[in-house]
Design a protein around this ligand. Structure first.
Ligand code: NAG
Ligand code: NAG
Ligand code: NAG
Ligand code: NAG
Ligand code: NAG
Ligand code: ZN
Length: 311
């Protein structure tokens, strides 16, 4: 008669021990899962900094052939050095009639070469050579060619030519590209230009498209705001003391790669088809971008205090 309760106690003990072991295994898994998948953790500059430091996957949307060298190359080099898988999309087809005039008509004085250039270059040549410079910049950064995608969307250049319809087409193409990438890489960080906060005169449509696309995507709850980081380009018109954004990061260990990327836009050897179009188009930005290895970032969810520096 006394064995029975003992036997039951043994059974109960075995059951409780098994339950405890199960809980020990399951509870941490549930905690990790809930933490990763709920918005429970507040998004702060520290969490954004950590995301940019070690993204699962990085996807870049470069507006023009030259913005890579001016704004994105430090981050691209940083990702490659940390074995972060990357994809790079170039948005514009490189059309730039003002640059064609500078290079071909003899009507503009080039301070760099102290002459008026009259190279036989038409608008198609300008697009093609700008994209060659972009590919040379990507090669200098060691971006694998199969990770580079040319969206080849036409740049209408002047505010008058960019009608609302044409802008919507551009924005929707960028939006589709982001959503396609998101379907394939759901944890990727998407790096765009800061079209809303970063401008020099009227906002540039090709710089703004990714911002507006991301705004629509997050408003529709298709992606989270912290899956996007926005890089300033025109900020490099200012000397370092006057540059600012919502958050900065110091990637100065990648200045040598940044330098190589800029040099791809400075290669000048007209006899061999190299015209340094990037340098002729935005000489001040090209000359000023390499200083301190700082990247200037903004974020969609602009509820943080501004002008925070994270080093
Ligand atoms: C070179 O361009 C400048 C404008 O930048 C113009 O004033 C000058 O007349 C041009 N020179 C020649 C030889 O056409
Ligand atoms: C940029 O740098 C080059 C080479 O140092 C120089 O010749 C050129 O005048 C500079 N251009 C501007 C706009 O600062
Ligand atoms: C957006 O900002 C709000 C308010 O600061 C914050 O609670 C939320 O976590 C942020 N969301 C994202 C995705 O950044
Ligand atoms: C960036 O980091 C480097 C190396 O740690 C440091 O020497 C440099 O002063 C930093 N730059 C800025 C602007 O803080
Ligand atoms: C950030 O700092 C810059 C330069 O000091 C200033 O011009 C700008 O107004 C500041 N922005 C905000 C939102 O405080
Ligand atoms: Zn020149």
């Amino acid at each position: 008669m006394k064995e029975k309760p003992l036997h039951r106690r043994k059974l109960l003990f075995t059951f409780l021990a098994a339950l405890a072991v199960c809980l020990l295994i399951i509870v941490p898994i549930v905690i990790v899962y809930v933490t990763k998948n709920s918005a429970a953790l507040p998004v702060t500059y520290a969490t954004l900094q950590a995301e940019i430091d070690r993204p699962d996957v990085s996807i870049y949307y470069i507006p023009h052939q030259d913005d890579d060298a001016i704004a994105f190359s430090l981050s691209i080099a940083h990702d490659l050095a940390n074995n972060v898988p990357i994809q790079v999309h170039l948005i514009s087809d490189g059309a730039n009639h003002a640059l064609q005039q500078i290079m071909a008509t003899g009507l503009y004085h080039c301070e760099w070469h102290n002459t008026n250039h009259s190279f036989p270059l038409d608008d198609q040549d300008i697009s093609r050579i700008r994209t060659q410079e972009f590919l040379a910049s990507m090669a200098a950064l060691n971006v694998p060619p199969d990770k580079i995608h040319l969206m080849n969307l036409h740049d209408y250049q002047t505010p008058a030519a960019w009608t609302a319809d044409l802008y919507n087409q551009l924005k929707n193409s960028v939006k589709e590209q982001i959503l396609t990438n998101h379907a394939q890489y759901p944890n990727a960080l998407h790096h765009c230009s800061s079209g809303y906060y970063d401008f020099d005169g009227p906002r540039n449509p090709v710089h703004l498209a990714c911002w507006d696309a991301a705004t629509e995507i997050t408003n529709a709850n298709l992606m989270k705001a912290d899956q996007f980081a926005f890089y300033r380009t025109y900020v490099f018109y200012q000397p370092p003391s006057h540059r600012w954004s919502q958050m900065t990061m110091n990637f100065s260990q990648f200045i040598p790669q940044h330098q190589l990327s800029v040099e791809a836009y400075q290669a000048y050897d007209p006899g061999n088809g190299q015209y340094a179009l990037g340098m002729h188009s935005v000489p001040i930005l090209m000359n000023n971008t390499i200083v301190d290895g700082i990247i200037y970032l903004d974020f969609l969810n602009n509820t943080f205090p501004n002008n925070i520096t994270v080093s």
